[in-house]
Write a protein that binds this ligand. Structure first.
Ligand SMILES: [Fe+2]
Ligand SMILES: [Fe+2]
Ligand SMILES: [Fe+2]
Length: 429
């Protein structure tokens, strides 16, 4: 196919970080901006290059454990008393990525005040966590409605006033040494910060292959799905279903891997939807429905900004499209939908019908197949793919269930103990 099978690492990480902060204008770019402050401070502190890279990545994902829009917004506005849980969840999620132990540790302690450390500051992840602690604190202090140079004195004073108990004094001094440059503040709040970090940031021109992309797509799947017990196994199910349908359709191993990646990413735009909507037991209002309709657009936006993954973006983001143009949000027709996109649409519907939702329980086989055959008959979804699914129902079902069991197991045993939220209402029958 002649496709370049690699992407820029920094572009990939920046896009995923962006996705986590999509929720609303109050938190947009919070992690990117925190990463910029941390990076500048780390350079001034003369940390070694490898540690600077790890700190930068940790900063880009430091609030990944704050899985819901509600929790992220509360953190941003200093409205939450429990700062520990999202640090622990972030640590757990990042530690699943190979060789990310130090990054996970930096995230684990980003709200740990200096007085609570019993390890020395010269331990690498202690310094890095303390820099991240300061950077995160500063970013949250910024008033997004006021020109940055009109508030820099107030901000600098607040950092100066941070007590020894909060942040290690040398780190405060190092920060103050960079804060007199207007350039620092203007870069920090620049709408072009993404490209500044992408082009000049500490990750340089590092390139990664599809195996690395797949690993990061699984990380994304975790932070997308584990927002709510109702979605906890959704993308795992879609990925397994897309994988087996692609194999049955005779796709190449390379295409099958791309389908797994696309499926892991397909709902990444859902990070912007509050759980009050995702978990609503009743019918959504028109305004709520409109918010939900945006998620596939944002999935496309996030994946296509990575660069070089346009084909993955389409397979991922067309999952609510219909062959007759009645889908959303792109209103594609048959000719716009590749085999991969058609498989993804079927995989998403199959998985959704089989799952318990806040407004209904999962469906038995005959009912699901019946619904899908009707949709195929009206040319909403691909009838060959539906036929293939019906003919191989047991194999598909087994493959999907197994991967969902694994995802559920991780959620129940590792993450759930660190959820502060009360459980949502059970599904209605
Ligand atoms: Fe945080
Ligand atoms: Fe934060
Ligand atoms: Fe979706």
């Amino acid at each position: 196919m002649g496709r370049n099978r690699s992407v820029g690492y920094s572009n990939l990480l920046l896009s995923l970080s962006d996705a986590i902060d999509l929720a609303n204008s109050e938190i947009a770019k919070h992690q990117q901006r925190t990463a910029y402050i941390a990076w500048e401070t780390a350079k001034a502190a003369h940390l070694n290059e490898e540690l600077i890279k790890d700190l930068f990545i940790a900063a880009l994902f430091h609030d990944v454990g704050a899985l819901t829009v509600e929790e992220k917004t509360a953190l941003q506005n200093f409205e939450t008393a429990d700062l520990e849980k999202h640090c622990i969840r972030g640590d757990i999620l990042l530690r699943r990525i190979p060789q990310h132990e130090r990054i996970a540790s930096i995230v684990r302690y980003h709200h740990t005040e200096w007085k609570n450390w019993d390890e020395p500051i010269d331990k690498d992840y202690v310094t890095a966590s303390q820099i991240l602690c300061l950077a995160d604190f500063l970013e949250r202090l910024i008033d997004r409605d006021v020109y940055i140079l009109h508030q820099r004195d107030v901000l600098t004073r607040k950092i100066k006033e941070l007590s020894v108990e909060h942040v290690y004094p040398d780190i405060i001094d190092t920060f103050l040494s960079i804060s007199d440059k207007e350039e620092f503040w203007l870069d920090l709040t620049s709408p072009r910060l993404y490209s500044i970090l992408n082009k000049q940031g500490p990750l340089g021109n590092l390139i990664v292959d599809y195996d690395a992309i797949e690993i990061l797509s699984k990380f994304s799947r975790d932070f997308i799905d584990y927002k709510s017990p109702f979605t906890a196994t959704h993308s795992s199910g879609v990925s397994a279903c897309a994988e087996i349908l692609s194999r049955l359709m005779g796709l190449s191993d390379q295409d099958i891997q791309e389908m797994r990646i696309a499926a892991n990413f397909h709902d990444i735009g859902k990070t912007a939807i509050p759980n009050s909507i995702l978990e609503k037991p009743g019918k959504l209002t028109n305004n709520e429905q409109a918010l939900v309709a945006g998620h596939a657009y944002y999935s496309h936006y996030i994946i296509s900004t990575i660069g070089g993954l346009g084909h993955i973006a389409e397979r991922a983001a067309f999952h609510h499209e219909k062959l007759d143009g009645s889908g959303y949000p792109f209103h594609c027709y048959e000719m716009n939908m590749s085999t991969g996109a058609r498989i993804m649409a079927v995989a998403d519907i199959y998985t959704a019908l089989a799952e318990d939702r806040p407004y209904r329980a999962g469906m038995p086989r005959d009912k699901m197949i019946g619904i899908m055959r009707l949709m195929a008959a009206s040319n909403a979804i691909d009838k060959n793919i539906v036929g293939l699914l019906a003919d191989n129902f047991n194999a598909v079902n087994e493959h999907v269930s197994q991967s969902q069991l694994d995802a559920r197991d991780f959620y129940e045993n590792h993450l759930k103990p660190y959820y502060g939220n009360t459980a949502p209402p059970p599904p209605r029958n």
